[in-house]
Design a binder for this molecule. Structure first.
Ligand SMILES: *Cc1c(COP(=O)(O)O)cnc(C)c1O
Length: 427
């Protein structure tokens, strides 16, 4: 796989190539299973001696076509879809961490990921140290332990909008012999391609901009193929020693650069089963076809809204990576020169109570537990997505108690601003 097509063409054409007389549009393979001529053929599939479909929990042609498109957009070597972004991040770590292992994660991450890594995976014996993404190299390196297996961060964090210095993080990870895993949900590969800066694995909540229409929950994991597991044989026994549940296969030997995704599919998907439904993959594919058109509009509209808010007397602060005075402007210019994303955050003078009252007055922008939708939407993380966090944890995640997360859609920017205007006039 892999062509020299540009992102716009990949969005439309990649992943599915019909032959003569076949459907022009990617079909939904709404089938749990696949038929074979004799039992030996099927046996060879189970032994991973041949590739082919046999059960949708492991692989499905609709899902594979969509995963291939995202893989090509990211410039990766192999990819897979998962049932959600949560499943993608869980698998991405669990594929290389076992009970007794440790990994390091930026503290500026999505609340759901924070719970998963900090609480749920801890119960499975995998510990995580959270570090400030703006800490010095020395401070981050001090978090590495002999059993550290990965470094994880979001390219643009949800909702604090910290832009990751991907190259710096990749260098730190590689110095300690572990891969850098980047959740690239917010900029999407239209805005940022972490593999070009040294990241090894990319994850997505496809629920967000990729689907783009708030229709289907989903996730994806993409491997660059760059990390040399065999060079760190002792650190990653799951990939470099025999898998007894697969007749002693050594993934890194048998599959080379494809080992990481092969293992995640053959072992984790087999045993944990967080597959994306082919129906959702179909909808995701429709969303991907316009990703390259929608992202620039999200960014443009967000810039207009951010500039409007910045000038408003009732607004205390505005955080948008595209504003010249933003702390992360230069990092955003380096890693996402064509635009970051449509998500901005801000607080109102008068604090938390005023911010909540303001949200209730919005008419066009809807209060929803969602972000990165074609429709403008708004959320108050401290009382919604991050409500389980203490004030200290909120601040470490870059979430001020008065922070309003405003996800600018692709409606007309003047209409979005008029909605803000009328709501601001009442508080
Ligand atoms: C939403 C989100 C997730 C979780 O994805 P789901 O599809 O909701 O499970 C993970 N990472 C980021 C950055 C997100 O925004």
């Amino acid at each position: 796989m892999g062509t020299n097509y540009k992102p716009e063409t990949i969005c439309i054409q990649a992943g599915y190539r019909p032959g003569k007389g076949e459907p022009r549009v990617l079909p939904i393979y709404q089938s749990t299973t696949f038929k074979y001529e004799n039992s030996d053929q099927m046996g060879r599939l189970f032994d991973l001696e041949e590739t082919g479909y046999f059960y949708t929990r492991l692989q499905n042609p609709t899902n594979d076509a969509v995963a291939a498109k995202i893989t090509e957009l990211e410039g990766g070597i192999a990819g897979m879809l998962t049932s959600s972004g949560q499943a993608a991040n869980y698998y991405a770590i669990f594929n290389i961490c076992e009970a007794g292992d440790h990994f390091i994660c930026s503290s500026a991450i999505y609340g759901g990921t924070f719970n998963l890594f900090g609480t749920t995976m801890k119960k499975q014996g995998i510990s995580c140290t959270f570090i400030d993404p703006d800490a010095s190299d020395e401070e981050i390196e001090a978090a590495f332990l002999p059993n550290t297996k990965a470094l994880f961060a979001e390219s643009i964090s949800n909702p604090s909008l910290v832009v990751l210095d991907i190259e710096r993080f990749a260098n730190i990870a590689h110095k300690h012999g572990v891969p850098l895993i980047v959740d690239n949900t917010f900029p999407t590969p239209i805005g940022c391609r972490p593999f070009e800066w040294g990241a090894d694995i990319v994850t997505h909540s496809t629920t967000k901009y990729m689907d783009g229409h708030a229709m289907s929950v989903g996730g994806a994991i993409i491997d660059s193929g760059h990390f040399d597991w065999m060079a760190h044989k002792d650190k990653f026994p799951g990939l470099t020693t025999p898998d007894e549940s697969y007749h002693g296969i050594v993934y890194a030997e048998k599959f080379g650069k494809l080992a990481y995704i092969e293992k995640a599919t053959a072992q984790l998907m087999r045993d944990l089963g967080a597959i994306q439904s082919p129906q959702n993959a179909f909808l995701l594919n429709v969303g991907l076809e316009t990703l390259h058109l929608r992202m620039p509009r999200h960014c443009e509209n967000a810039a207009k809204v951010a500039e409007y808010l910045q000038k408003h007397e009732k607004v205390a602060w505005v955080n948008f990576t595209g504003l010249k005075d933003n702390k992360y402007y230069s990092l955003a210019q380096k890693y996402m020169p064509n635009g970051t994303c449509g998500v901005i955050s801000f607080g109102l003078k008068g604090g938390r109570e005023v911010s909540i009252r303001f949200m209730d007055r919005l008419k066009l922008a809807a209060i929803v537990t969602h972000v990165a939708d074609a429709r403008t939407c708004v959320l108050h993380p401290a009382s919604h997505t991050h409500r389980q966090m203490t004030d200290e944890q909120l601040l470490a995640a870059g979430v001020a108690p008065d922070l309003i997360r405003f996800s600018v859609g692709i409606e007309n920017a003047e209409d979005i601003i008029a909605d803000l205007e009328q709501a601001l006039a009442t508080v």
